[in-house]
Design a protein around this ligand. Structure first.
Ligand code: ATP
Ligand code: FE2
Length: 324
């Protein structure tokens, strides 16, 4: 079985192809706002997806060394995400489904990040730290669903990195640039640290760090920002680890590329006798491969009808498949 997966929930138009055993193609085109330093404009991003989807699909088919007609199943991330972007992906899935006479599996984007992480690393039943631009959640599977143990109460952690980076006039995406600056920082300055029970809030920290204190170097400021935000995240994750007694920790999503976060998690997991896992780098940020692979895993959900689900939460996705 060969499944073609479509990712279009935000800035990335990704097309992946997977068999039950392995990913055989993972191609993408990433939207960049026309105006330097600005955030994503949903209509512009959707237009980017509309213009690039056919070409990206051609590249994926070529990479997989196959014809379009060999596709057995289409998977599409129909939520959560930006409505105009989601619509592009879903319309493309419907068109292909009609043309090739194959069914469509709806895939929750966040579950995609988790499933590809399990596939890449062999983790079976991990505590999940899902960290990306728009999302920050600590999750674990219980009774047929991923339950949320803690999450951000305002912006996603990647967006927090991006907002702070913008205040330093750095180009988007800002996360990797802050990480690089932070590596050169030496002096730690106390910044707002907001953990509320098992939940997190990042806005206060971003506002304070963005004031760009004259007396601090950019490097020290980035270092202080990164140490603070990652410590908040790891504190909550550690509590979930102690509570759930899971023996595996999986870090996934775009912010999983942060090497300091990997280091902190590894140490924390070790203290709890747990193993630590991260997907392949190309599977951390948004990609089509994760949607294709997850589509195969949940192929029993396939049908001919599909709608967008912009506010779909990770804990609403049924993992146990009900036979229809
Ligand atoms: P989601 O819909 O799951 O929220 P997304 O649209 O934010 O996904 P991803 O590709 O999963 O997209 O994540 C992108 C985010 O990851 C950006 O905010 C980017 O700054 C951040 N990021 C990438 N690399 C790093 C890094 N090394 N350190 C910190 N943040 C990073
Ligand atoms: Fe994502």
């Amino acid at each position: 079985m060969k499944c073609l997966g479509i990712e279009s929930t935000a800035h990335t138009l990704g097309i992946g192809i997977s068999t039950p055993e392995r990913v055989i193609a993972n191609e993408k085109s990433v939207y960049k706002p026309k105006e330097e330093g600005k955030g994503i404009i949903p209509r512009e991003a959707a237009e980017h997806h509309r213009k690039t989807k056919e070409k990206v699909m051609e590249r994926a088919l070529k990479k997989a060394n196959m014809e379009k007609e060999e596709i057995d199943l289409i998977a599409v991330a129909n939520g959560p995400g930006l409505p105009p972007c989601l619509l592009e992906g879903v319309e493309f899935a419907k068109k292909l489904s009609k043309e090739l006479n194959v069914k469509i599996v709806p895939v929750n984007h966040c579950i995609g990040h988790i499933e590809i992480g399990k596939k890449d690393t062999g983790a079976k039943d991990p505590l999940v730290q899902y960290v990306s631009g728009g999302n920050t959640q600590i999750l674990s599977r219980s009774e047929g669903k991923y339950r949320v143990y803690g999450e951000t109460l305002d912006i996603g952690i990647g967006n927090a990195f991006d907002k702070f980076a913008r205040s330093l006039n750095l180009k988007m995406p800002g996360g990797p640039k802050i990480m690089k600056l932070a590596e050169k920082g030496k002096k730690y300055e106390k910044l707002p640290y907001t953990v509320k029970g098992m939940d997190l809030s990042f806005s206060g920290l971003v506002t304070e760090a963005s004031k760009n204190k004259e007396e601090m170097s950019k490097e020290d400021l980035a270092y202080s920002f990164q140490e603070t935000i990652l410590s908040m995240l790891v504190e909550v994750t550690e509590r979930a680890m102690a509570h759930t007694k899971k023996k595996e920790l999986l870090l996934t999503g775009g912010v999983a590329l942060n090497t300091r976060l990997r280091e902190m998690n590894e140490k924390m997991a070790e203290e709890h006798d747990a193993s630590f896992h991260v997907p392949k780098n190309e599977h951390c940020g948004d990609n089509g491969a994760m949607i294709a692979y997850t589509g195969i895993k949940f192929k029993e959900k396939a049908g001919k009808k599909i709608d967008i689900n912009p506010k779909w939460r990770t804990n609403q996705y049924e993992l146990k498949i009900k036979k229809q």
